[in-house]
Design a protein around this ligand. Structure first.
Ligand code: PMP
Length: 400
């Protein structure tokens, strides 16, 4: 058979996608599965987004779009950055693509030469390292301990940066930990970055609006204007507006970087679906109060799951301030055997045994670069969370 390209040899299938598929397979066999593995909101897309897409289709807005985004959408994004982040971007500094994922892909493709290093505070979203490898770059994990709220210490960041470092990828609120960086923490990391002018910084702000208690969201380009020319601010409509299937991500950044990313975009896509762009204008310019209402519901779920899991022997939980994940330490269960006779030597064993014996689907910490942990998503109904917690408690109690 003809051969597949070498560049794909080190790229893996995302573990969360694999686990979600496992949940679907079990459900198809009639098993009552509690899927706590998916990274998407369980709320519907707002009605006014659907109406706007329908109206666009009816009005004949069905031809090739401008690849970088329609003027109306780029204007709406410009206003969003100003309104939510006090960030000024010219429309020419704004780009759209098929999800924040494609924005990140285009940025890495536009900048990475073989051997270039990308520093990734870890645990981190699965795709960052794979995208970097795809481009021939070297992902450099920067371990962030639970004791430090899963956030990098400035001295550790300084030590991780070399002459070959091209990017630092930041993601707060974080997938998978839910950690949020404070203004002071961003400024301290910014101080380090000012000393390394060869480094671009990407802030993946996709969970910006999923934030709890009195915590405030800040993004690096906003708090450290001296880094404005080196920061790519990434966001999208997937998580905030429950629009994961519509596929729209966007960014603001320095004009030369945006131009290079636009060149990548023109060769790997013809631009985002016109109906999606119309829907995105509607949510970005429309009423924003649904964001707070949904954040309140997520916070209730977080509080519930956190309380339940904290009371289970063998689990150690960090309190997330944002996103909809819990990243749970299972050190206390390593070396034990489950009620069903499965030896737990690592977090992948734990996650598989939990699926097999209690039909609860989560994702092993190893997939995010830190063990022994598992990631649980609470973007599901309270009723499913109760069942899920009952089953996790029963599973852990059965481990000897
Ligand atoms: N960044 C992070 C940290 C994510 O968790 C996700 C989605 N799982 C994305 C980006 C991708 O978002 P989008 O749907 O806009 O491609």
């Amino acid at each position: 058979m003809p051969e597949i390209a070498d560049r794909l040899k080190n790229v893996t299938v995302s573990a969360s996608v694999a686990m979600t598929q496992k949940a679907r397979d079990l459900a198809a066999q009639g098993v009552d599965v509690v899927a706590l593995s998916t990274g998407e909101p369980d709320f519907p897309t707002p009605e006014h987004a659907i109406e706007a897409a329908y109206a666009a289709a009816r009005a004949g807005d069905t031809r090739y779009p401008p690849t970088d985004g329609t003027p109306a959408l780029r204007k709406a994004i410009q206003l969003k950055f100003k309104r939510d982040n006090q960030l000024e971007y010219d429309v020419s500094q704004i780009l759209t693509a098929g999800g924040a994922k494609q924005i990140i892909f285009n940025a890495i493709m536009a900048t990475i030469n073989p051997g270039d290093e990308v520093v990734i505070p870890t645990p981190s979203w699965i795709s960052y390292a794979d995208i970097v490898k795809f481009a021939g770059g070297v992902p450099v994990p920067l371990p962030c301990a639970q004791e430090n709220g899963f956030k990098p210490l400035p001295a550790d960041l300084d030590a991780a940066i070399t002459d070959k470092t091209k990017w630092l990828l930041m993601n707060y609120p974080s997938n998978p930990t839910g950690s949020v960086a404070s203004k002071a923490e961003l400024l301290a990391l910014g101080d380090v970055l000012l000393r390394h002018p060869q480094v671009w910084i990407m802030t993946d702000d996709i969970y910006e609006h999923l934030i709890y208690d009195d915590v405030r969201f800040y993004t690096l380009a906003q708090v450290e204007p001296r880094l404005y020319d080196r920061v790519l601010t990434v966001n999208g409509v997937s998580k905030a507006y429950s629009m994961t299937g519509w596929r729209l991500g966007f960014c603001g950044g320095p004009a030369p970087l945006i131009k290079a990313m636009s060149n990548v975009n023109t060769q790997n896509s013809g631009g985002v679906c016109t109906l999606t762009q119309a829907a995105a204008v509607a949510v970005l310019e429309g009423p924003q109060d649904l964001l707070q209402e949904r954040a309140r519901i997520y916070r209730e779920r977080r509080d519930y799951v956190l309380e339940r899991l904290t009371s289970i022997d063998g689990l150690r939980c960090h309190k997330p301030e944002g996103a909809f994940y819990l990243f749970v330490n299972i050190e206390g269960l390593i070396g034990k055997t489950s009620a069903g006779g499965r030896f737990i030597s690592n977090d992948a064993d734990f996650v598989l045994a939990l699926i097999e014996e209690q039909h609860v689907v989560t994702v092993q910490g190893a997939a995010y670069g830190m063990s022994p942990y598992f990631r649980l998503s609470y973007a599901t109904s309270m009723e499913r969370l109760e069942t899920g917690c009952d089953r996790i408690a029963a599973f852990c109690a059965g481990c000897r």
